[in-house]
Structure formats: C-alpha cells, structure tokens
Design a protein around this ligand. Structure first.
Ligand SMILES: NC(=O)c1ccc[n+]([C@@H]2O[C@H](COP(=O)([O-])OP(=O)(O)OC[C@H]3O[C@@H](n4cnc5c(N)ncnc54)[C@H](O)[C@@H]3O)[C@@H](O)[C@H]2O)c1
Length: 371
C-alpha cells in the first residue's frame, strides 16, 4: 500500500505520517554499541532478552518489572551472558534517570501497552513493543500519533515477519511469484493457553484470542495481500474450556472469513480443541500461478506437480533472534522496520474487527472500525 492510501485509511494527518526527520540525524555510527533497556520481563520479555543478549554490539544495561524478583532474574540472565544491568520496578523512573539508554524493548501485558509505549516514545527512545498495539482503535490511534511525532523508531513484536522461511515467502509473493493473490488459508489449532498467565484468560486484559493470539497469522496474510480487509464475518465461542480456568472470558474456538479489496479472501480457523499429537498450524497463500506455504517457504506452481523450495537466507535461525537483530540494525541505521507502526496499526484493527463480528454476530466493515 502506498503512503497516500495508507494515510487515507489510517486517518493520520499527512504531516505526522512522514518519518520524523530528527530520527535520521540521530543515526548511530555503524560500529557503536547499543545500550538497551527492557520493560516487562515475564514470559515473553525474558525470551526476547535471551535473544537480544546474543545480538552482536548490544549491551543490555537496565531491566524493569513491577515484580522485583522478575527484574532480578532478568539481571541474572544479563550477568550470565557476561554483562551487567541495573534493576528497576518503575519504568518511568528508569526512563527519567537513564539518559544513556538508546532503545527499549517492552513486553508488558496487552492492556498496559498504551501507557508504556507512549511514555517511551515521548522520551525519544527507539522502541520494540510487543503486539497488539492496543486493545481498541482509540488507544491505537493515540499510539500512532505518539509514534509519528517521536524521535525514535518503533518496531512492533510481529517476529514472524522476520522468520527466515516466512520472510522469503512474503518477498516471493510481493515480487509476483505466485501471481495475483487470490486467497489465504490459515489454521492455528492447538491446546489451550498457558494456565500460568492468568490475564490471557480475561478478554478485558488480552482483547480475547483473536487479538492476542490469532493476530500473528492474520498479520502475515495482511502483509501478503498488501491492503486491509473491507469486511469480515465470523463465529466463535467457548465450548470446551467453559469457565476453565475459573472466570475465563476468552473464547476457545472461532472461524473468520475476511474480504479484502478485489475479492481476495482470508479464511482463518483457530481453536484449542486439539488433543496431544493432533496439533496443526497452516499458513498458506493461493495465487493465480500457484500456492505457497509460508511456514516452509515451499511453493507449488499450478502447472507442475513438483514443489519448489525457495532459497531461504538465514534458514533455521529463530524468528525472535532475527527480530531482535533487525531491531538493532534499524536503530543503528535508522531503517524503518518491516513490522512498523503503520503495519501494526492495520494488524491491530484486523483482529479487533474479527472479534466484533463474532461477538455481535454480524458483518463488520473496516470503515466502521476507523470511523
Ligand atoms: N510475539 C509473541 O509471539 C508473543 C508471545 C507471548 C507474549 N507476547 C506479548 O508479550 C507481552 C507480555 O506477555 P507475557 O506472556 O510475557 O506476559 P507475562 O505476564 O508473563 O509478562 C508480563 C510482565 O510485565 C510485567 N509488567 C506489568 N506491568 C508492568 C509495568 N507497568 N512496568 C514493568 N513491568 C510490568 C509483569 O510483572 C510481567 O512480569 C504481551 O503484550 C503479549 O501479547 C508476544
């Protein structure tokens, strides 16, 4: 999507939609060491930290979590990797006192993103913030506005865009390899959410499972198609894990059909009904010349029975490592990330509209979401 059409649907002021000039002036010299801080070092944050500690030229100098023992555990992780990080339990204090920090990685729960992200962007730090951007469009717009006027850049936690096979497959699609994109078919079938993270089961805090979990595959499909959906229909509910764990308000299954411009359809099925050994994830894009499997980077031309394996640079490398490495590269070289504020805003609205369609049992349009 070009900048004009992107601006039109984002409804972001034109002046604010350009890349902030001071960011370019801020450019790091290529060999210089990046000083990175972490905010939120629970399940995801500690995993991001593990990978960031392996990225050359990065020094993790501060770690923050409202739970002191988690901040200490993260500092131990840094020490074991040969570094030293100061611990904080208040990210605002950390931002106030540590002017030496170049960039921040934030992995706090979904419902906290607006406050955390805006605070970090306002002090001019580069930010890697986990998905989803926010749990409603109004908060998402506030974050977009903060990002557009910020000195720092913003990479959003869609690490699958950096997964070597998926990245190669998307590049192939964008180069016209499978012809015109006609349809995407996705499945995320597995067991239930991890019980040790209670907020995952509260839809007020996680946005429910389309927004918190389905978002990754939907983001890949939106990226493949290159525009936002016009409308969506769907159905879902809680049928197996009823009140399990107690107080659960999130679904355990749903199906969605999105229509994108030109009649391109996305068909996505997501459930937690799989018994052990019966699990399945599928991410397939169908085009006029053939179809491609994003997970393996194998493409099947229509006129042949032989599948073709794409060349995959960095094959086998972990997508989260690749995302951390890409973030460091973007910070150093002032590059716009491939999982940037514009794509993340669209990829926040896509699952929000799907959820609304399921809850309200009706077709929901893009235009009503952004009105
Ligand atoms: N990209 C992915 O594949 C992926 C996978 C899992 C989670 N996530 C995302 O990562 C984020 C965190 O999820 P999680 O599974 O790690 O949850 P979690 O509950 O395990 O960790 C969140 C941590 O943030 C801390 N925290 C909460 N408020 C804070 C604040 N104001 N300041 C500092 N720390 C604060 C909590 O104490 C906790 O340690 C969520 O946005 C989630 O959607 C992304």
């Amino acid at each position: 999507m070009d900048n004009v059409s992107r601006r039109a649907f984002l409804k972001v002021p034109a002046a604010a939609a350009t890349i902030a000039a001071p960011a370019i002036l801020q450019s790091q010299s290529p060999g210089s060491e990046l000083r990175v801080a972490f905010v939120g070092v629970g399940n995801r944050g500690s995993y991001l930290l593990r990978h960031m500690l392996r990225v050359p030229g990065v020094k993790v100098v501060a770690v923050c979590d409202i739970l002191e023992d988690r901040a200490k555990a993260a500092a131990d992780q840094v020490s074991k990797a040969g570094g030293s990080a100061q611990t904080y339990t208040d990210y605002r204090k950390m931002l106030d006192s540590r002017k030496d920090i170049d960039a921040v990685v934030a992995a706090t729960p979904d419902w906290t993103h607006k406050d955390v992200y805006i605070s970090i962007l306002e002090v001019g730090k580069d930010l890697y913030g986990e998905k989803p951007l926010a749990l409603n469009v109004a908060d998402g717009k506030m974050i977009v506005n903060a990002a557009k006027s910020a000195r720092g850049l913003f990479q959003v936690g869609f690490q699958l865009r950096h997964d070597p096979a998926r990245n190669a497959a998307e590049n192939f699609i964008h180069s016209g390899g499978i012809g015109e994109v006609l349809m995407c078919h996705g499945m995320r079938h597995g067991g239930d959410l991890p019980r040790n993270i209670p907020w995952y089961f509260d839809k007020e805090k996680s946005g429910d499972i389309v927004v918190d979990q389905g978002i990754h595959i939907l983001d890949l499909f939106t990226w493949a198609i290159g525009s936002h959906p016009e409308r969506v229909m769907g159905s879902g509910g809680t049928d197996l894990f009823v009140n399990v764990p107690a107080g659960r308000t999130v679904m355990d299954n749903y199906n969605l059909i999105f229509e994108y411009p030109g009649g391109v359809r996305v068909n996505f099925s997501h459930h937690y009904f799989d018994p052990p050994g019966f699990t399945g994830i599928k991410e397939r894009v169908f085009g006029s010349k053939g179809a491609i499997d994003l997970i393996t980077g194998k493409w099947q031309p229509r006129e042949s029975r032989e599948a073709i394996q794409l060349d995959i640079p960095n094959q086998g490398k972990d997508s989260t490592y690749m995302a951390m490495e890409a973030f460091a590269d973007s910070v150093r070289n002032r590059k716009k990330p491939i999982n940037n504020i514009d794509s993340a805003y669209v990829s926040m609205i896509v699952p929000l509209m799907g959820t609304k369609a399921i809850y309200e049992k009706r077709i929901v349009t893009w235009n009503e979401m952004i009105a």
